[in-house]
Design a protein. Structure first.
Length: 276
């Protein structure tokens, strides 16, 4: 005989749940015991074990550029600002306010720092990453230019296989219309937009896929030889999960919260087992 479904012990009333966050005697806040929240309101952190083995390693930001290698930064940025925003529109009417929820807007990363001892050559690397879609598209553009020069030399402008004959197909292919204008042995030509929107940034367990908005460089006589930069990156897809990384980090969802350094809330990491 099947075991009947057992209802949860917790109330479905969120106001009742909120009352459990306070001490019934003192009325003081007991912290944020996330594990008391029903499953649909739970966090991913509840599945992460405490006192897990620690490995000392240096985490550097890596960029995956279209049709190119993975580029590792020489020095991590000094600041990374992640801006999340939801699009809520409101309009006042005679009967009150009418609100519309349009969901989250695209996340924007504002990244700034210095290239340190890598100097201007470190800036060159970042600039190549920023302009990677242009560089990835160069082989296709060079083919068309070479074909056009060959046709002009042979005076075969009316030949359907000439550059002029293939230009329509080739340019149409940039917008996904055709691939017949490409030479044999060359893969389908992507559009510049497809290349620009396929940048990926790997950072500490998370992957941010998107595109660059702007890139600025600053140098000053007050710090000769040192260069600072500012990058703006719009995220179209976010994957992965960042975890604590310092030895003093603790589990944020343990209950009851206790800040005692010995008997208090468990640490995220236990003993150091190695380095890499």
């Amino acid at each position: 005989m099947a075991t009947p479904f057992a209802p949860p012990d917790q109330s479905d009333d969120y106001f009742d749940i909120a009352e459990t966050f306070f001490d019934p005697i003192t009325g003081q806040d007991q912290g944020f015991p996330a594990r008391n929240v029903p499953g649909m309101l739970g966090t991913r952190q509840t599945l992460t074990p405490n006192n897990r083995p620690a490995v000392s390693t240096r985490q550097l930001i890596r960029w995956l550029i279209p049709q190119g290698p993975i580029v590792e930064m020489y020095l991590n940025p000094q600041n990374i600002s992640t801006n999340y925003k939801k699009n809520n529109a409101s309009q006042r009417t005679m009967g009150g306010f009418v609100t519309q929820y349009w969901g989250p807007e695209l996340t924007v990363l504002n990244i700034n720092g210095t290239t340190g001892t890598s100097g201007i050559e470190g800036i060159n690397v970042l600039q190549d990453v920023y302009n990677s879609e242009q560089k990835a598209f160069d082989p296709y553009a060079l083919f068309l230019a070479a074909k056009l020069a060959q046709d002009q030399q042979n005076a075969g402008l009316l030949d359907p296989n000439s550059a002029l004959g293939q230009a329509g197909d080739f340019i149409g292919n940039l917008f996904g219309a055709s691939t017949s204008g490409l030479p044999g042995g060359i893969e389908e030509a992507p559009s510049l937009a497809a290349l620009a929107y396929s940048i990926e940034m790997y950072w500490s367990g998370k992957v941010y896929r998107g595109y660059f908005n702007d890139f600025s460089i600053k140098e000053s006589v007050d710090s000769l030889g040192l260069f600072t930069y500012d990058l703006s990156f719009t995220v179209t897809q976010e994957r992965g999960l960042r975890l604590n990384f310092q030895p003093w980090h603790r589990d944020p969802v343990s209950e009851p919260p206790n800040r005692n350094p010995i008997t208090g809330t468990p640490y995220s990491y236990g003993a150091l087992v190695g380095s890499r």
